[in-house]
Design a protein around this ligand. Structure first.
Ligand code: DSN
Length: 439
Protein backbone atom coordinates (compact mmCIF):
# COMPACT_ATOMS: atom_id res chain seq x y z
CA UNK A 1 0.00 0.00 0.00
CA UNK A 2 1.20 3.50 -0.77
CA UNK A 3 2.49 5.52 2.20
CA UNK A 4 0.09 8.17 3.40
CA UNK A 5 1.58 11.66 3.58
CA UNK A 6 0.01 14.69 5.17
CA UNK A 7 -1.76 16.64 2.43
CA UNK A 8 0.23 19.78 3.19
CA UNK A 9 3.48 17.92 2.51
CA UNK A 10 2.24 16.08 -0.56
CA UNK A 11 3.33 17.20 -3.99
CA UNK A 12 1.47 20.44 -4.63
CA UNK A 13 0.31 20.65 -0.98
CA UNK A 14 0.48 23.88 0.96
CA UNK A 15 3.97 23.37 2.39
CA UNK A 16 5.39 22.74 -1.03
CA UNK A 17 3.27 25.03 -3.16
CA UNK A 18 2.62 28.08 -1.02
CA UNK A 19 4.88 28.33 2.02
CA UNK A 20 3.98 32.00 2.33
CA UNK A 21 0.32 31.19 3.07
CA UNK A 22 1.31 28.22 5.20
CA UNK A 23 3.57 30.40 7.35
CA UNK A 24 0.69 32.79 8.02
CA UNK A 25 -1.61 29.90 9.01
CA UNK A 26 1.09 28.51 11.31
CA UNK A 27 1.56 31.92 12.91
CA UNK A 28 -2.20 32.10 13.52
CA UNK A 29 -2.05 28.57 14.99
CA UNK A 30 0.53 29.87 17.49
CA UNK A 31 -1.51 33.00 18.23
CA UNK A 32 -4.61 30.93 18.95
CA UNK A 33 -2.59 28.81 21.38
CA UNK A 34 -0.52 31.54 23.03
CA UNK A 35 -3.31 33.99 23.81
CA UNK A 36 -6.46 33.85 25.89
CA UNK A 37 -9.24 34.34 23.36
CA UNK A 38 -12.22 36.08 24.90
CA UNK A 39 -14.18 37.27 21.85
CA UNK A 40 -17.58 35.72 22.70
CA UNK A 41 -18.43 34.84 19.10
CA UNK A 42 -15.24 32.80 18.59
CA UNK A 43 -14.33 29.25 19.55
CA UNK A 44 -12.05 26.30 18.79
CA UNK A 45 -13.72 23.76 16.48
CA UNK A 46 -12.81 20.11 16.70
CA UNK A 47 -10.47 18.27 14.37
CA UNK A 48 -13.48 16.42 12.94
CA UNK A 49 -15.21 19.70 12.03
CA UNK A 50 -12.03 21.07 10.46
CA UNK A 51 -11.60 17.91 8.36
CA UNK A 52 -15.15 18.05 7.04
CA UNK A 53 -14.83 21.78 6.29
CA UNK A 54 -11.65 21.28 4.31
CA UNK A 55 -12.81 18.17 2.47
CA UNK A 56 -13.24 17.52 -1.25
CA UNK A 57 -16.94 18.37 -0.91
CA UNK A 58 -15.81 21.89 -1.79
CA UNK A 59 -15.38 20.63 -5.38
CA UNK A 60 -19.11 20.18 -5.97
CA UNK A 61 -21.81 22.55 -7.15
CA UNK A 62 -25.32 21.79 -5.91
CA UNK A 63 -27.78 24.64 -6.40
CA UNK A 64 -31.21 23.63 -5.20
CA UNK A 65 -32.24 21.26 -2.44
CA UNK A 66 -31.92 17.50 -1.94
CA UNK A 67 -33.80 15.67 -4.72
CA UNK A 68 -34.28 18.90 -6.72
CA UNK A 69 -30.87 20.11 -7.85
CA UNK A 70 -29.85 21.93 -10.99
CA UNK A 71 -26.69 19.84 -11.51
CA UNK A 72 -26.17 16.09 -11.72
CA UNK A 73 -23.83 14.11 -9.48
CA UNK A 74 -25.56 14.84 -6.17
CA UNK A 75 -25.58 11.25 -4.85
CA UNK A 76 -23.38 12.14 -1.85
CA UNK A 77 -24.25 15.83 -1.48
CA UNK A 78 -27.96 15.10 -1.01
CA UNK A 79 -27.05 12.61 1.71
CA UNK A 80 -24.85 15.08 3.56
CA UNK A 81 -27.41 17.89 3.43
CA UNK A 82 -30.24 15.58 4.51
CA UNK A 83 -28.11 14.36 7.41
CA UNK A 84 -27.34 17.91 8.55
CA UNK A 85 -31.04 18.83 8.36
CA UNK A 86 -32.10 15.67 10.23
CA UNK A 87 -29.60 16.31 13.01
CA UNK A 88 -30.57 19.99 13.30
CA UNK A 89 -34.22 18.99 13.66
CA UNK A 90 -33.28 16.49 16.36
CA UNK A 91 -31.04 18.89 18.30
CA UNK A 92 -33.35 21.92 18.19
CA UNK A 93 -36.76 20.30 17.72
CA UNK A 94 -37.45 22.41 14.64
CA UNK A 95 -40.17 21.63 12.07
CA UNK A 96 -38.12 22.81 9.09
CA UNK A 97 -34.40 23.56 8.71
CA UNK A 98 -32.36 25.19 5.96
CA UNK A 99 -28.60 24.64 6.41
CA UNK A 100 -27.47 26.56 3.32
CA UNK A 101 -27.07 30.20 4.51
CA UNK A 102 -23.44 31.23 4.18
CA UNK A 103 -23.51 32.78 7.65
CA UNK A 104 -25.70 34.69 10.12
CA UNK A 105 -26.18 37.92 8.17
CA UNK A 106 -27.26 36.11 4.97
CA UNK A 107 -29.58 33.95 7.11
CA UNK A 108 -31.25 37.04 8.51
CA UNK A 109 -31.41 38.64 5.10
CA UNK A 110 -33.21 35.56 3.79
CA UNK A 111 -35.84 36.04 6.50
CA UNK A 112 -36.51 39.60 5.29
CA UNK A 113 -36.55 38.56 1.63
CA UNK A 114 -38.78 35.56 2.28
CA UNK A 115 -41.24 36.95 4.78
CA UNK A 116 -41.71 40.66 4.16
CA UNK A 117 -41.51 43.29 1.45
CA UNK A 118 -39.30 46.38 1.18
CA UNK A 119 -40.91 49.21 3.13
CA UNK A 120 -42.59 46.94 5.69
CA UNK A 121 -42.09 47.79 9.35
CA UNK A 122 -39.60 45.53 11.14
CA UNK A 123 -38.44 45.64 14.75
CA UNK A 124 -35.23 44.62 16.47
CA UNK A 125 -32.89 45.35 19.38
CA UNK A 126 -30.68 48.31 18.48
CA UNK A 127 -27.02 47.53 17.85
CA UNK A 128 -26.06 50.14 20.44
CA UNK A 129 -28.02 48.18 23.05
CA UNK A 130 -26.69 44.74 22.13
CA UNK A 131 -28.58 43.81 18.96
CA UNK A 132 -27.07 43.15 15.53
CA UNK A 133 -26.57 45.16 12.35
CA UNK A 134 -29.09 42.93 10.56
CA UNK A 135 -31.81 43.61 13.12
CA UNK A 136 -32.62 46.93 11.43
CA UNK A 137 -29.53 49.08 11.91
CA UNK A 138 -29.53 52.04 9.54
CA UNK A 139 -26.16 51.13 7.97
CA UNK A 140 -27.42 47.64 7.08
CA UNK A 141 -29.78 46.69 4.27
CA UNK A 142 -32.24 45.71 7.00
CA UNK A 143 -32.43 49.36 8.03
CA UNK A 144 -32.23 50.82 4.52
CA UNK A 145 -34.87 48.79 2.71
CA UNK A 146 -37.37 48.30 5.54
CA UNK A 147 -39.04 50.68 7.97
CA UNK A 148 -36.88 49.83 10.93
CA UNK A 149 -38.09 50.36 14.48
CA UNK A 150 -35.51 49.79 17.19
CA UNK A 151 -36.09 48.95 20.84
CA UNK A 152 -33.53 48.95 23.64
CA UNK A 153 -32.68 48.04 27.19
CA UNK A 154 -33.65 49.93 30.34
CA UNK A 155 -31.10 52.41 31.67
CA UNK A 156 -31.61 51.37 35.29
CA UNK A 157 -30.88 47.63 34.93
CA UNK A 158 -29.70 46.98 31.36
CA UNK A 159 -32.54 44.51 30.71
CA UNK A 160 -34.79 44.46 27.62
CA UNK A 161 -37.46 47.11 28.04
CA UNK A 162 -40.56 45.00 27.34
CA UNK A 163 -42.89 47.95 27.96
CA UNK A 164 -41.13 49.75 25.12
CA UNK A 165 -41.19 46.63 22.91
CA UNK A 166 -44.94 46.31 23.42
CA UNK A 167 -45.69 50.02 22.89
CA UNK A 168 -43.60 50.15 19.70
CA UNK A 169 -45.13 46.91 18.39
CA UNK A 170 -48.66 48.28 18.91
CA UNK A 171 -47.74 51.58 17.29
CA UNK A 172 -45.86 50.25 14.25
CA UNK A 173 -47.52 46.82 13.70
CA UNK A 174 -44.24 45.27 12.44
CA UNK A 175 -44.23 42.45 9.94
CA UNK A 176 -41.17 40.96 11.66
CA UNK A 177 -40.15 41.20 15.31
CA UNK A 178 -36.53 40.15 15.88
CA UNK A 179 -35.20 39.16 19.30
CA UNK A 180 -31.73 38.06 20.35
CA UNK A 181 -28.45 39.90 19.92
CA UNK A 182 -24.68 39.99 20.06
CA UNK A 183 -23.99 41.85 23.30
CA UNK A 184 -26.90 41.03 25.59
CA UNK A 185 -25.61 39.16 28.66
CA UNK A 186 -28.96 38.04 30.03
CA UNK A 187 -31.57 35.38 29.28
CA UNK A 188 -33.75 36.29 26.31
CA UNK A 189 -37.39 35.74 27.25
CA UNK A 190 -38.57 34.30 23.94
CA UNK A 191 -42.08 33.55 25.23
CA UNK A 192 -42.57 37.21 26.13
CA UNK A 193 -41.40 38.36 22.70
CA UNK A 194 -43.73 35.84 21.04
CA UNK A 195 -46.69 37.04 23.08
CA UNK A 196 -46.08 40.69 22.16
CA UNK A 197 -45.33 39.97 18.50
CA UNK A 198 -48.18 37.58 17.88
CA UNK A 199 -50.67 39.98 19.50
CA UNK A 200 -49.97 42.46 16.68
CA UNK A 201 -49.73 39.84 13.92
CA UNK A 202 -45.94 39.93 13.60
CA UNK A 203 -43.78 36.99 12.58
CA UNK A 204 -41.43 36.56 15.53
CA UNK A 205 -37.80 35.77 14.71
CA UNK A 206 -35.19 34.71 17.27
CA UNK A 207 -31.56 35.19 16.27
CA UNK A 208 -29.69 32.74 18.51
CA UNK A 209 -26.30 33.01 16.79
CA UNK A 210 -24.49 33.71 20.05
CA UNK A 211 -26.31 31.25 22.28
CA UNK A 212 -27.02 28.38 19.86
CA UNK A 213 -24.67 26.03 21.71
CA UNK A 214 -26.32 26.87 25.03
CA UNK A 215 -29.76 26.31 23.53
CA UNK A 216 -28.68 23.00 21.96
CA UNK A 217 -27.40 21.82 25.34
CA UNK A 218 -30.47 23.03 27.22
CA UNK A 219 -28.60 25.56 29.37
CA UNK A 220 -30.55 28.46 27.84
CA UNK A 221 -34.28 28.26 27.12
CA UNK A 222 -35.12 27.37 23.52
CA UNK A 223 -37.02 29.80 21.29
CA UNK A 224 -38.28 26.98 19.06
CA UNK A 225 -41.59 26.31 20.89
CA UNK A 226 -42.41 30.03 21.02
CA UNK A 227 -41.31 31.86 17.88
CA UNK A 228 -41.93 31.37 14.16
CA UNK A 229 -38.39 31.53 12.81
CA UNK A 230 -34.98 30.94 14.39
CA UNK A 231 -31.74 32.00 12.73
CA UNK A 232 -28.22 31.16 13.82
CA UNK A 233 -24.62 30.97 12.88
CA UNK A 234 -22.93 27.64 13.48
CA UNK A 235 -19.48 28.75 14.63
CA UNK A 236 -20.01 30.60 17.91
CA UNK A 237 -21.02 28.74 21.08
CA UNK A 238 -22.26 25.88 18.83
CA UNK A 239 -18.57 25.39 17.91
CA UNK A 240 -18.96 24.39 14.27
CA UNK A 241 -17.76 25.73 10.91
CA UNK A 242 -18.46 29.28 9.78
CA UNK A 243 -21.99 28.89 8.48
CA UNK A 244 -25.65 29.62 9.13
CA UNK A 245 -29.00 27.90 9.58
CA UNK A 246 -32.63 28.93 9.52
CA UNK A 247 -35.21 26.92 11.45
CA UNK A 248 -38.89 27.67 11.07
CA UNK A 249 -42.45 26.49 11.41
CA UNK A 250 -43.56 24.39 8.43
CA UNK A 251 -45.84 27.17 7.14
CA UNK A 252 -42.79 29.40 6.41
CA UNK A 253 -40.58 26.65 4.95
CA UNK A 254 -41.23 27.27 1.25
CA UNK A 255 -40.77 31.04 1.52
CA UNK A 256 -37.53 30.69 3.51
CA UNK A 257 -36.06 28.09 1.16
CA UNK A 258 -36.92 30.19 -1.90
CA UNK A 259 -35.33 33.26 -0.30
CA UNK A 260 -32.06 31.42 0.42
CA UNK A 261 -31.95 29.85 -3.03
CA UNK A 262 -32.54 31.24 -5.62
CA UNK A 263 -33.37 34.50 -3.84
CA UNK A 264 -29.99 35.32 -2.36
CA UNK A 265 -27.46 32.57 -2.85
CA UNK A 266 -26.10 30.17 -5.44
CA UNK A 267 -24.52 26.85 -4.60
CA UNK A 268 -24.26 25.88 -0.94
CA UNK A 269 -20.81 25.37 0.57
CA UNK A 270 -20.94 21.60 0.87
CA UNK A 271 -17.85 21.21 3.05
CA UNK A 272 -19.53 23.55 5.51
CA UNK A 273 -22.76 21.54 5.32
CA UNK A 274 -20.82 18.37 6.18
CA UNK A 275 -19.11 20.16 9.05
CA UNK A 276 -22.50 21.40 10.34
CA UNK A 277 -23.64 17.77 10.40
CA UNK A 278 -20.53 16.83 12.43
CA UNK A 279 -21.08 19.78 14.78
CA UNK A 280 -24.65 18.70 15.43
CA UNK A 281 -23.53 15.16 16.19
CA UNK A 282 -21.09 16.64 18.71
CA UNK A 283 -23.91 18.78 20.16
CA UNK A 284 -25.93 15.63 20.92
CA UNK A 285 -23.23 14.28 23.25
CA UNK A 286 -22.84 14.50 27.01
CA UNK A 287 -19.49 16.24 26.63
CA UNK A 288 -21.14 19.09 24.77
CA UNK A 289 -23.68 19.55 27.53
CA UNK A 290 -20.86 19.65 30.11
CA UNK A 291 -18.95 22.18 27.97
CA UNK A 292 -22.05 24.40 27.63
CA UNK A 293 -22.76 24.36 31.35
CA UNK A 294 -19.09 25.19 32.00
CA UNK A 295 -19.29 28.11 29.53
CA UNK A 296 -22.08 29.63 31.65
CA UNK A 297 -20.40 28.76 34.97
CA UNK A 298 -17.10 30.27 33.83
CA UNK A 299 -18.80 33.48 32.70
CA UNK A 300 -20.53 33.78 36.07
CA UNK A 301 -17.29 33.33 38.04
CA UNK A 302 -15.38 35.68 35.74
CA UNK A 303 -18.13 38.30 36.07
CA UNK A 304 -18.10 38.06 39.85
CA UNK A 305 -14.31 38.28 40.00
CA UNK A 306 -14.29 41.32 37.72
CA UNK A 307 -17.08 43.01 39.70
CA UNK A 308 -15.14 42.44 42.90
CA UNK A 309 -12.23 44.32 41.27
CA UNK A 310 -14.37 47.33 40.41
CA UNK A 311 -15.32 46.55 36.80
CA UNK A 312 -18.82 47.80 35.91
CA UNK A 313 -20.75 44.97 34.25
CA UNK A 314 -23.64 45.92 31.99
CA UNK A 315 -26.86 44.67 33.66
CA UNK A 316 -24.74 43.84 36.73
CA UNK A 317 -23.67 40.37 35.57
CA UNK A 318 -24.35 37.60 33.10
CA UNK A 319 -26.68 34.64 32.57
CA UNK A 320 -24.97 33.35 29.45
CA UNK A 321 -21.53 33.19 27.83
CA UNK A 322 -20.78 36.90 27.54
CA UNK A 323 -19.96 39.89 29.68
CA UNK A 324 -20.21 43.51 28.59
CA UNK A 325 -18.09 45.91 30.67
CA UNK A 326 -18.05 49.69 30.87
CA UNK A 327 -14.39 50.35 31.69
CA UNK A 328 -14.79 54.12 32.17
CA UNK A 329 -14.54 53.82 35.96
CA UNK A 330 -11.20 52.06 35.53
CA UNK A 331 -9.86 55.23 33.89
CA UNK A 332 -9.66 53.85 30.34
CA UNK A 333 -11.80 53.66 27.22
CA UNK A 334 -12.92 50.35 25.75
CA UNK A 335 -10.60 50.92 22.79
CA UNK A 336 -7.58 51.54 25.03
CA UNK A 337 -8.42 48.53 27.19
CA UNK A 338 -8.85 46.16 24.22
CA UNK A 339 -5.53 47.24 22.70
CA UNK A 340 -3.74 46.97 26.06
CA UNK A 341 -5.21 43.53 26.77
CA UNK A 342 -4.04 42.26 23.40
CA UNK A 343 -0.48 43.30 24.26
CA UNK A 344 -0.86 41.33 27.49
CA UNK A 345 -1.99 38.21 25.58
CA UNK A 346 -5.73 38.57 26.23
CA UNK A 347 -7.94 39.11 23.18
CA UNK A 348 -11.36 40.76 23.34
CA UNK A 349 -13.22 43.40 21.34
CA UNK A 350 -14.06 46.98 22.19
CA UNK A 351 -17.80 47.51 22.23
CA UNK A 352 -20.39 50.17 22.90
CA UNK A 353 -22.36 49.79 26.10
CA UNK A 354 -26.04 50.81 26.29
CA UNK A 355 -26.43 54.62 26.43
CA UNK A 356 -22.76 55.02 25.52
CA UNK A 357 -21.70 58.64 25.04
CA UNK A 358 -18.69 57.57 23.02
CA UNK A 359 -18.64 56.59 19.30
CA UNK A 360 -18.60 53.00 18.00
CA UNK A 361 -14.92 53.14 16.99
CA UNK A 362 -13.82 54.50 20.38
CA UNK A 363 -16.51 53.22 22.77
CA UNK A 364 -16.60 52.94 26.57
CA UNK A 365 -16.78 49.18 26.81
CA UNK A 366 -15.26 45.83 26.05
CA UNK A 367 -17.09 42.57 25.32
CA UNK A 368 -15.71 39.26 26.55
CA UNK A 369 -16.99 35.69 26.56
CA UNK A 370 -16.09 32.19 27.66
CA UNK A 371 -16.80 29.69 24.80
CA UNK A 372 -13.25 29.48 23.42
CA UNK A 373 -11.48 29.34 26.78
CA UNK A 374 -13.95 26.72 28.00
CA UNK A 375 -13.31 24.60 24.91
CA UNK A 376 -9.62 24.50 25.84
CA UNK A 377 -10.47 23.44 29.38
CA UNK A 378 -10.33 26.59 31.53
CA UNK A 379 -12.39 26.43 34.74
CA UNK A 380 -13.07 28.55 37.82
CA UNK A 381 -9.41 28.83 38.91
CA UNK A 382 -8.38 30.17 35.52
CA UNK A 383 -11.22 32.74 35.66
CA UNK A 384 -9.69 34.15 38.85
CA UNK A 385 -6.25 34.55 37.22
CA UNK A 386 -7.90 36.13 34.23
CA UNK A 387 -9.77 38.73 36.27
CA UNK A 388 -6.56 39.60 38.11
CA UNK A 389 -4.62 40.03 34.86
CA UNK A 390 -7.39 42.18 33.38
CA UNK A 391 -7.31 44.38 36.46
CA UNK A 392 -3.54 44.74 36.25
CA UNK A 393 -3.78 45.67 32.57
CA UNK A 394 -6.41 48.33 33.34
CA UNK A 395 -4.21 49.79 36.08
CA UNK A 396 -1.16 49.92 33.82
CA UNK A 397 -3.09 51.51 30.97
CA UNK A 398 -4.81 54.06 33.22
CA UNK A 399 -1.55 55.20 34.84
CA UNK A 400 -0.85 58.32 32.82
CA UNK A 401 2.44 58.84 34.64
CA UNK A 402 3.87 55.59 33.26
CA UNK A 403 6.36 55.78 30.39
CA UNK A 404 5.46 53.83 27.27
CA UNK A 405 8.39 51.46 27.76
CA UNK A 406 7.33 50.69 31.34
CA UNK A 407 3.84 49.95 30.13
CA UNK A 408 5.17 47.61 27.46
CA UNK A 409 7.30 45.87 30.11
CA UNK A 410 4.29 45.44 32.39
CA UNK A 411 2.21 43.99 29.52
CA UNK A 412 5.07 41.64 28.60
CA UNK A 413 5.22 40.33 32.19
CA UNK A 414 1.48 39.56 32.12
CA UNK A 415 1.82 38.06 28.63
CA UNK A 416 4.44 35.63 29.94
CA UNK A 417 2.12 34.55 32.77
CA UNK A 418 -0.75 34.16 30.30
CA UNK A 419 1.48 32.10 28.02
CA UNK A 420 2.47 29.79 30.88
CA UNK A 421 -1.19 29.15 31.63
CA UNK A 422 -2.03 28.58 27.96
CA UNK A 423 0.74 25.98 27.71
CA UNK A 424 -1.18 23.88 30.24
CA UNK A 425 -4.31 23.91 28.04
CA UNK A 426 -3.77 22.73 24.45
CA UNK A 427 -6.72 23.78 22.33
CA UNK A 428 -8.86 21.50 20.12
CA UNK A 429 -8.05 21.54 16.43
CA UNK A 430 -4.71 23.36 16.70
CA UNK A 431 -1.49 21.81 15.44
CA UNK A 432 1.08 20.78 18.07
CA UNK A 433 4.55 19.27 17.81
CA UNK A 434 5.80 16.31 19.80
CA UNK A 435 7.12 18.73 22.44
CA UNK A 436 3.54 19.96 23.01
CA UNK A 437 4.30 23.36 21.55
CA UNK A 438 2.08 24.85 18.81
CA UNK A 439 3.58 24.37 15.36
N1 DSN B 1 -19.63 39.39 14.44
C1 DSN B 1 -20.50 38.73 15.35
C2 DSN B 1 -20.12 38.96 16.77
O1 DSN B 1 -18.94 39.10 17.04
O2 DSN B 1 -20.97 38.99 17.63
C3 DSN B 1 -21.90 39.09 15.09
O3 DSN B 1 -22.19 38.92 13.76
Amino acid sequence: MQAVVAPSQAAGGLTEFDPEVEAIIRAENKRQHNKIRLIPSENYTSQAVLEATGSILTNKYSEGYAGERYYEGQQQIDKIEELAVKRAKAVFGAEHVNVQPYSGSPANQAVYVGLCAPGDAVMGLSLAHGGHLTHGDKVSISGMHYKSVQYGVRKEDGLIDFDQVEALAKEHQPKLLFCGGTAYPRVVDFAHFAEIGHAVGAIVVADIAHIAGLVAAGVHQSPVPHVDVVTTTTHKSLRGPRGGMIMCKAQYAAAIDKAVFPGLQGGPHNGTTAAIAVTLKEAMGVEFKAYSQQVVDNAKVLGEELSARGFALSSGGTDNHLILIDVTDKGVTGYQMAKALDQAGIVCNFNRVPFDSRPAKRPSGIRIGTPAITSRGFGADEMKHLAEWMDRVAQVRADEGKELDDRKKAYAEIRAEVRALCDRFPAPGLLYGEDGQPL
